[in-house]
Design a protein around this ligand. Sequence first.
Ligand SMILES: Cc1cc2nc3c(=O)[nH]c(=O)nc-3n(C[C@H](O)[C@H](O)[C@H](O)COP(=O)(O)O)c2cc1C
Length: 184
Amino acid sequence: MPLLAIVYFSITGTTEKLAHAVARGADDPADVALCRITGDDIVSGRFQNERLLETIDRADAVAFGSPTYIGGPAAQFKAFADASSDRWTQQRWANKIAAGFTTGACAGGDQLHTLTYFSILAAQHGMLWCGLDIPGGEDPGGRNRLGSQLGLATHLVDGALPQSDLNTAEYLGQRLAKLAKRNG
Ligand SMILES: Cc1cc2nc3c(=O)[nH]c(=O)nc-3n(C[C@H](O)[C@H](O)[C@H](O)COP(=O)(O)O)c2cc1C
């Protein structure tokens, strides 16, 4: 069974809800490791949770998640990404499947920049990027509501995540798990 690692940062719980939905979607065809980045992982500005990095070493697929903060990933997520540079030197994460998800307060809150960052992080590591194959505005169930094909972009509506965003997250998890199985 392939292993999907879901690496995410969340303060007020929205990104965490998406992470759990990705996990639900992947659950059948894959084992899932939920890896939440916390402030305590960062000591003197450096991400120091080696166990989390080792979980990714073992994973076949990785989902990156962060809220969009000031038009990009949260600093805590970036600290994790910077700590992956030793792995980058050896391309230890090459050929793992990767995808990304983010959320924001606004519909057009520059979430694309966060997803673009995730895809470049994946490219730096030689990972294989998995986007969303749901055409925006075409899905009868309303998935991929914001029409983001690079990855899952969401935003809060009346202070909450729409169910269609959680359904999209489940779909992304399922797609990642299937691709990881095929790639294994
Ligand atoms: C420091 C900060 C910067 C933010 N910047 C943006 C932004 O650029 N675009 C946006 O749409 N929302 C922005 N937000 C809103 C968050 O993305 C939103 O509240 C999100 O749901 C938080 O995720 P979480 O619940 O997983 O912590 C910002 C929030 C904070 C605290």
